[in-house]
Structure formats: structure tokens, C-alpha cells
Design a protein around this ligand. Structure first.
Ligand code: SF4
Ligand code: SF4
Length: 387
């Protein structure tokens, strides 16, 4: 009998609309994925990630020192329990938190922890917000609401006093109007980040919607929850990671790449810095290991080269059929192996058996993560009891 989680993701509507979304993404991206330009960019990204993972032990203290020098309050968390303690300590007494989409925050169950402790969480990414209103299952990691039709969305947003047209711009505008009001009134903005440059102590974010820009500038207090594998050495390397993320996701630049190098400040009054001018005065960074160093030490550091571009999700034949159930917190065979290193083998059950080892994911990955090579070695470790 099929796992109920898989059956849920196989719901006819969910599956049909996920396939439609994936077909569109493939159509738009295929030319780039198999171009010389892609190969050249992937060579650069693979080099950056290989080097930064190899040197991560040294880069972590450099990043922490330089982030602190820039005025960030840095909290290092070894595991998920430490993250919870830091998180709950920071938000104590808060009512409302607005957050962005982040794979690391999903791994760490940030929304669930906050809600369990009575704090209201408003998702600001349009897809995540729709899913929050629907209370449904995501149809795709990066396009969680791909299964909702215009009619579905309209009925989620309409009230007795307000009729809405089935028009994407109007419906997206309706959501962002409400979310903006929440951001203006929230106690904390919480975001993830795409890269950290150790030498400069800067945080880099990539997005299209502009919700991250709002979250990193409007609330008085900002929290960045991220993991150590986001650290690279230089500003240039971090910028290349951000550039590649957009290109591999959509064959073009993302609308926004933002760099944050400390709290907002002005030196215009008496030539002394005043902090928290237009942006937040307080920025806390929770930097998480949660098993990553162990993964590197066990010889599986390549799993951490991922820049979360989502290209592999849009080419994997299994993900096309079963979506998010092909993964636990992190998607596909790479994600399952990673989760096993982070949380133990029992966390992934027998889901690795879903992988066809076709290695299509490797063929387009900007970090050239070779699932076809890693998986047999991982299985060998399971058999000899060292995974
Ligand atoms: S593993 Fe997938 S999401 Fe990660 S970098 Fe490679 S293609 Fe992108
Ligand atoms: S190797 Fe596995 S994870 Fe990669 S594309 Fe094929 S089925 Fe998907």
C-alpha cells in the first residue's frame, strides 16, 4: 500500500496542476539548462561551493567575527533544540511575526515552534500565504500554491462585502495589501538568506516579490535564520551564488538581490552614527549547524553545495509525479541523504527507494551535485551500518 503522504501528493488536482507548472518551467528553462553559458556558470559555482565547504571550519569564525563587527547580534545554534531556545528567547512577549519562505526555516520548524507558543505567524510569500489561508498541502517547494486555480484563489480571498475578479494581478494585489498591513504592525520580521560573505560579514537575499525587502526594512526588529553552508569567503562569491540562483530557477535575473551589512544607520547628525533610522535597529542572526559539520566530516559535504535554485525539482521525473513527498524537509534523493545526515536515518524511512538514479538532477545542477555517484556510496554506508 502506498504511503498516505504520497497518496496525498497524488491528489488528481494537485498532481495535474503541479505537472502543468513544471512543464511551463521546463519549457522556459530548457534552452538555458543545456547551454554552454549554463555549463560555464556551473563550473564557477561548483568551484565556489567546493572551496567554501572544504574551508567551512575556518570560515564560520571569520563570518561570525565580521558579522558582529558590522553590528549584527549573532547566535550560533548547534541543533534544532538550541534554535528553538534562541528563537523563543528573542520573541518572548511578541504577538505577531511576519516571515519569508526559507528551506532552512522549514527544516527547523520555525513557524510551528512560534505558533505552538501562541505567536501569530503571517507568511509573506504569496504562494505560502495562499497555502496558509487554504490550509492545504504544497504542490511544489518553490510554487506551493501551483494547484490553486484563479477561482480557488478568488474564493479564498473574497468576503461578503467584497467581490473580486478572477484576475491574477488583482488577486496578488489583494494579498500583498493585507500582508503589508501585517508587516507594518508586526513585532519581528524573520527571513532566511541565500549567501553570507565571511570576509565582509554581509548577508545576501534573492527574491522576486519584494516581501523580503519589506521584512528587512520595515519591522523594528529583524531576525535572519540561516545555516552555516550559506557561508562563502568573499562578496564576489556570494554575489555569484545569488546571480546563479535566479538564472537556474528562471533563466533570468531575479528582480531583487539585496545585501545587508548591519543595522540601518545615519551619520548625518554631528557625524556620529545613529542606528535604526529607516531600517531595523536590531538584527539577530541565528546561524545553524544542525548536523552539517557531521555531514562534511563523513565525506558527504557535496550535499551542502545546493544553492536552492529548484532546477532539479523541475526536471526530476519522480518529483513531477509525487511532489513534496519525494523528500523529508529537503527534496529529492539529495535532500533525503542530507536529512539523514542531519536528523538520522530513521527520519527518511524508505523514501530513497523512490529515486530512479537517472541523474537528470545532476545534468542541470549549478553545483554539479552528483546524486548518481553519492547514492550508491550512501547505500553502501547504510548496509555496513556507518550512515
Ligand atoms: S540540488 Fe537542485 S536546488 Fe540545489 S543547486 Fe542543485 S539543482 Fe539547484
Ligand atoms: S536521480 Fe533521483 S532525484 Fe535525481 S532526477 Fe533522477 S529520480 Fe530524481
Amino acid at each position: 500500500m502506498l504511503d498516505p503522504e504520497i497518496t496525498k501528493c497524488w491528489d488528481d488536482k494537485l498532481r495535474a496542476n503541479r505537472k502543468k507548472a513544471i512543464m511551463n518551467l521546463r519549457k522556459n528553462n530548457l534552452k538555458f539548462w543545456f547551454s554552454k553559458e549554463k555549463e560555464d556558470l556551473a563550473t564557477i559555482i561548483r568551484g565556489i561551493k567546493e572551496k567554501s565547504t572544504r574551508e567551512l571550519k575556518n570560515l564560520v569564525p571569520i563570518a561570525i567575527k565580521n558579522l558582529k563587527k558590522n553590528g549584527f547580534k549573532v547566535h550560533y545554534a548547534g541543533d534544532i533544540d538550541e534554535v528553538k531556545n534562541i528563537l523563543l528567547g528573542l520573541v518572548k512577549g511578541s504577538r505577531l511575526v511576519c516571515k519569508s519562505k526559507s528551506v532552512v526555516m522549514r527544516e527547523l520548524r520555525v513557524s510551528e515552534t512560534l505558533q505552538k507558543h501562541g505567536i501569530r505567524v503571517v507568511e509573506t510569500d504569496i504562494g505560502d500565504r495562499l497555502l496558509q489561508l487554504e490550509g492545504g498541502t504544497p504542490s511544489h517547494q518553490h510554487h506551493p500554491s501551483a494547484h490553486l486555480t484563479l477561482r480557488d484563489i478568488r474564493s479564498l480571498l473574497e468576503t461578503e462585502n467584497e467581490q473580486l475578479p478572477e484576475h491574477a494581478d488583482v488577486l496578488a494585489g489583494k494579498i500583498s495589501d493585507t500582508v503589508r498591513k501585517h508587516i507594518l504592525n508586526c513585532d519581528w520580521g524573520i527571513v532566511g538568506c541565500n549567501a553570507i560573505s565571511a570576509d565582509e560579514g554581509s548577508l545576501f537575499t534573492v527574491e522576486n516579490e519584494g516581501n523580503i525587502r519589506w521584512l528587512t526594512t520595515i519591522p523594528k526588529k529583524l531576525m535572519v535564520v540561516t545555516s552555516i553552508d550559506k557561508i562563502v569567503k568573499s562578496y564576489y562569491e556570494a554575489m555569484m551564488v545569488c546571480y546563479a540562483t535566479g538564472y537556474f530557477a528562471m533563466s533570468k535575473l531575479t528582480t531583487y538581490i539585496d545585501v545587508i551589512t548591519g543595522p540601518s544607520k545615519s551619520g548625518d547628525i554631528q557625524m556620529k552614527f545613529s542606528y535604526g533610522v529607516y531600517g531595523p535597529r536590531e538584527i539577530h542572526v541565528i546561524l545553524v549547524d544542525n548536523g552539517r559539520m557531521n555531514c562534511i566530516e563523513k565525506g558527504f559535504g557535496e550535499l551542502l553545495y545546493c544553492i536552492n535554485c529548484s532546477a532539479c525539482l523541475d526536471i526530476c521525473p519522480v518529483y513531477e509525479e509525487v511532489g513534496e513527498s519525494f523528500g523529508v524537509k529537503h527534496a529529492l534523493a539529495r535532500g533525503l541523504m542530507l536529512t539523514a545526515w542531519l536528523e538520522g536515518l530513521e527520519a527518511i524511512g524508505d523514501k530513497l527507494g523512490m529515486c530512479l538514479t537517472c541523474n537528470l538532477c545532476f545534468s542541470i545542477c549549478p553545483s554539479k551535485i552528483n546524486t548518481g555517484k553519492l547514492l550508491p556510496e550512501f547505500r553502501r554506508r547504510i548496509v555496513n551500518g556507518s550512515a
